[in-house]
Design a protein around this ligand. Structure first.
Ligand SMILES: Nc1ncnc2c1ncn2[C@@H]1O[C@H](COP(=O)(O)OP(=O)(O)OP(=O)(O)O)[C@@H](O)[C@H]1O
Length: 332
């Protein structure tokens, strides 16, 4: 790592990423021309409805897309180096070390038949030349950093002896063992109750700040993004339709889909009213219209929407993929 990697070069820059699945019904573009960048220590919330391509974007960055899927276009620059062009050996050197992933189910990370200390020591030794005792100490220290009480007791436990929230904290601690530069988190707190979720989010936020770790936090929950992220990218049908600072986007959404998502948050509905939903359905990715994929559900759609809108920057620091963005009252 050179000095410039922390200053001028973003931790991650994704350019025109395209990931497709070959299905019996045809080629499915799960991620379609996705571009974004994340600076050191910044947290990007990646939001959108189920099937919008959030997880596949995360998996593509991690090099974890397997057949019938593959990355068919674009660049994934990690500290300036293109992950899509690296050898499997180089990639393995980064995975779990400089780049880590946290999954919704902590058991994707944890081995049910091994004690926590055994797993954490193995994870340390996979990338660091230290003694077993030093590896165990690093494990204990990292559990402490995640706000885990009595770390020594947790180290001696098997995963099934821990609560769901504790298991997820341990999985996050494993991701943090090597103080990575980038963590991709795929809905890791969705299954947890709101209080535990809030505690974990606050620990993660602290760790990102302390260690300059950049995070992509995948979620369908805008309230998580509001509490955690610096920036938000909204995905719809495989594309980013809006991107900007969290406060700007949530206070003054430019894209009608973002506005719809915000309008369907429980707090934004009058008491006694049914939750407002965005009418209509997401189109099938196998049969996308040639123009805007949201047009059929959109109250603002006009004749221009028969063509594909590009991502434009109508205001500084804001990007939107729409021919008719709301600009009134929008903050730069
Ligand atoms: N192995 C696969 N084979 C075929 N299609 C797939 C495969 N994995 C994902 N897809 C498709 O890719 C699209 C994007 O899926 P993805 O999991 O990224 O969505 P998501 O936004 O993360 O949704 P969720 O919140 O439900 O996980 C979906 O249409 C999905 O059906």
């Amino acid at each position: 790592m050179n000095a410039t990697s922390h200053t001028s070069v973003p931790t991650l820059e994704v350019r025109h990423l395209r990931t497709e699945f070959d299905t019996r019904a045809g080629v499915l573009p799960a991620v379609n021309d996705v571009s974004f960048r994340i600076g050191r220590g910044r947290i990007l919330g990646l939001v959108g409805e189920s099937g919008s391509g959030k997880s596949v974007t995360g998996f593509s960055i991690m090099g974890l897309v397997d057949a019938p899927g593959r990355v068919t276009g674009g660049e994934i620059l990690f500290q300036g180096r293109d992950l899509t062009r690296m050898s499997p050996r180089e990639l393995r050197g980064l995975q779990g070390n400089r780049i880590a992933m946290i999954f919704q189910d902590p058991m994707m990370t944890l081995n049910p038949v091994l004690r926590v200390d055994t797993q954490m020591i193995e994870a340390v030794l996979a990338h660091a030349k230290v003694s077993k005792a030093e590896a165990r100490e690093r494990a204990r220290e990292t559990l402490g950093m995640m706000g885990i009480p009595s770390p020594e007791e947790r180290l001696l436990a098997y995963p099934h002896q821990l609560s769901g929230g504790m298991r997820q904290r341990v999985a996050i601690a494993i991701a943090m063992l090597h103080r990575p530069d980038l963590i991709i988190a795929d809905e890791p707190t969705t299954a947890l109750d709101v209080t535990i979720q809030a505690q974990i989010l606050s620990e993660v936020q602290k760790l990102a700040q302390q260690h300059g770790t950049s995070l992509i936090w995948i979620t369908h929950d805008l309230s998580v993004v509001a509490g955690l992220a610096d920036e938000v990218a909204v995905m719809y049908a495989g594309r980013i339709v809006e991107h900007g600072k969290v406060d700007d986007v949530l206070d003054h959404p430019l894209h009608p889909y973002t506005a719809g998502l915000i309008g369907s948050l429980p707090g934004n509905n009058r008491r006694g009213q049914r939750l407002r939903q965005i009418p209509g359905m997401t189109p099938s990715l196998l049969h996308l219209p040639p123009g805007c994929a949201f047009a059929a559900r959109c109250t603002r759609a006009g004749s221009a929407c028969a063509a594909q809108p590009e991502l434009t920057a109508p205001l500084p620091g804001r990007e939107v993929r729409c021919f008719y963005p709301t600009l009134e009252g929008a903050q730069a």
